[in-house]
Design a protein around this ligand. Structure first.
Ligand SMILES: Nc1ncnc2c1ncn2[C@@H]1O[C@H](COP(=O)(O)OP(=O)(O)OP(=O)(O)O)[C@@H](O)[C@H]1O
Length: 227
């Protein structure tokens, strides 16, 4: 199912920090959303999953309008959101964390290395393992669309290299993945479509290749300068 945002505006503290954003995260694709700190990327994902309301605009998943619906309802429509910060249930085991979300066997297909950590309390896992668990927990819900916010923050490059192919595979299986990343080059290498958000507005949308191939183009988009 495609995830479509039309003219979405979101405010924080009464000020619009995301303005008239229109974008599509298509089924079967990895769509990356890049942009400088404070551009509004997290806020936009939060508006999609219903953490914060949109002031204006429409959010549609597979033809169902999500705007105005509570978070739980959006999740039932197939939307999963991995928020920043790797929140696991620290006192529950890996298995229990997964079982709360869905079938743990599905998680093992993607992350076989979690099996030997199944009976370990999640709070004792390494940062990388916790991020795998958080991602696995979202995946076992069988999402139609998956929002990923700064998954690689604070992780070693080796761990990030382990996570990215799983995201690719998920998209190949039909999921619409919308990925917010600080590591622009790693994200662009994975992307089918790229958007750049600067000062709350989209400054680039389309093929990732021009941004991949030209640092100047990437910089222009980050500065919000289309010229
Ligand atoms: N809870 C809040 N209350 C008030 N303002 C907020 C709140 N959260 C974010 N903001 C402001 O909204 C703007 C967008 O922040 P947001 O976190 O969405 O940006 P971002 O692109 O995700 O940045 P980062 O990469 O640093 O996470 C910023 O100016 C930020 O200061």
């Amino acid at each position: 199912m495609d995830l479509v945002l039309r003219d979405v505006t979101v405010a924080r503290g009464g000020q619009p920090v995301v303005r008239d954003v229109t974008l599509t995260a298509a089924a079967g694709q990895v769509t990356v959303l890049l942009g400088p700190n404070g551009a509004g990327k997290t806020t936009l994902l939060e508006a999609v999953s219903g953490v914060v309301p949109a002031v204006r605009g429409e959010i549609v998943l597979g033809g169902s309008v999500l705007t105005g619906r509570p978070r739980t309802r959006r999740a039932r429509h197939g939307l999963a959101h991995v928020e920043q910060g790797r929140a696991v249930f620290a006192t529950l085991t890996t298995r229990e964390n997964l079982a709360l979300a869905g079938d743990p066997r599905r998680a093992l297909e993607l992350f076989p290395e979690l099996e030997r950590r199944f009976d370990v309390r999640a709070g004792l896992l390494s940062g990388g393992e916790q991020q795998m668990l958080v991602l696995a927990r979202a995946i076992v819900t069988g999402p139609a669309a998956l929002l990923l916010d700064e998954m690689s923050l604070g992780l070693a490059p080796g761990v990030v290299r382990r996570l990215l192919p799983v995201i690719r595979r998920l998209a190949d299986e039909g999921c619409a993945v919308l990925l917010v990343e600080q590591f622009a080059h790693a994200a662009l290498a994975l992307a089918d479509t790229a958007y750049v958000l600067a000062h709350g507005a989209i400054t680039y949308g389309g093929e990732p290749a021009p941004l991949r191939e030209s640092d100047a183009a990437l910089k222009r988009a980050y500065l919000g300068d289309d010229s």
